[in-house]
Design a protein around this ligand. Structure first.
Ligand code: PLP
Length: 294
């Protein structure tokens, strides 16, 4: 098995004269690289992105970088130099041997406590094989996220809608799903709206309409959902970002959880209820998403 590639890059511009290439440092991912006093480690104070890469081409790289910059702004981190991070991603892909499908993670932390100097690394790793989930569908449970749907406006300091390193809750929700015999989760608001999964966006089909829950509810703008909506649009569907009540889910004639490496995984069971699976549409959209990477 070949080694993951790891590149450390300063995520903020230090000097205008320094060429980006000289700031990309290839390191051994198995050696310690992050100080134990780093706030990403001690407080989960940082942000990340995971990008799917197919045949050496990153999927929706611009959208991932935009979301990273948005997360940085929400956390009051210094403005990121996205071109340096993009260069680190492309170099990581270039050096990795898994040319067919791989994943690349970008991490930016607030850095060592007291320094105010963020650090960033980019790491490649092998993508899990998601073909069975795409083909057969997944079992999903509804779990409360414990907030009303308008939490982002009411309490922006809770950072809902930023992709922070604090994913302990998201992972706990997935373990709760497993305890209930399910594969994944759709979070709901305390006032009865559907939100997103712990690591995926929700897409629903109602006849010729394709909906995703509004990001005004403090949920992530999904890069896969965005790319999938372009495909659905080309196929003649009317796409929209809306508020969807939990009670509306029963009327959906297909539902997917969408994320960067798994792409669209059709939901086949929601709590105790069967959900129709549109295999042809799922295959068509996933094939188009993979094709955009060629
Ligand atoms: N929502 C959450 C909470 C996520 O963590 C993710 C991805 O990890 C997504 C949605 C889907 O985003 P993307 O399609 O960009 O992977």
């Amino acid at each position: 098995m070949s080694m993951p590639i790891c590149i450390i890059v300063s995520p903020v511009q230090e000097s205008a004269d320094e060429a980006i290439e000289g700031r990309l440092h290839l390191v051994d991912p198995h050696d310690p690289q992050v100080p134990v006093t780093d706030l990403g480690v001690t407080r989960g104070d940082g942000i990340f992105e995971v990008i799917g890469v197919v045949h050496g081409r990153p999927l929706a790289l611009d959208a991932h970088l935009r979301r990273l910059a948005n997360s940085a702004a929400m956390l009051d981190l210094p403005a990121l130099e996205l071109e340096a991070i993009r260069a680190a991603v492309l170099k990581t892909i270039d050096l990795d041997e898994h040319r067919e499908e791989l994943s690349v993670k970008i991490v930016v932390t607030r850095g060592v406590e007291g320094t105010g100097v963020p650090i960033c690394w980019v790491l490649s790793f092998q993508t899990d094989d998601h073909r069975a989930e795409r083909a057969e569908g997944i079992k999903v449970v509804l779990l409360s996220r414990g907030y009303p749907h308008d939490i982002a406006a009411r309490a922006p300091w809770l950072l809902t809608g930023a992709k922070t390193l604090s994913y302990a809750i998201n992972k706990a929700a997935l373990r709760e799903a497993a305890r209930r015999g399910a594969d994944d989760v759709i979070f709901t608001s305390t006032d009865g709206y559907v939100l997103e999964g712990p690591s995926a966006s929700l897409i629903m089909k109602f006849g010729q309409r394709i909906w995703t829950p509004s990001t005004a509810q403090g949920i992530l703008r999904g890069t896969t959902q965005g790319a999938a909506f372009e495909v659905f649009g080309r196929l003649g569907f009317a796409t929209a970002e809306v508020l969807v009540g939990v009670d509306q889910l029963a009327a959906a004639d297909a539902m997917w959880l969408a994320s960067s490496t798994r792409l669209l995984a059709p939901v086949r069971l929601l709590d105790e209820h069967d959900v129709p699976v549109d295999h042809d549409l799922t295959d068509t959209v996933n094939a188009a998403l993979l094709d955009t990477a060629r």
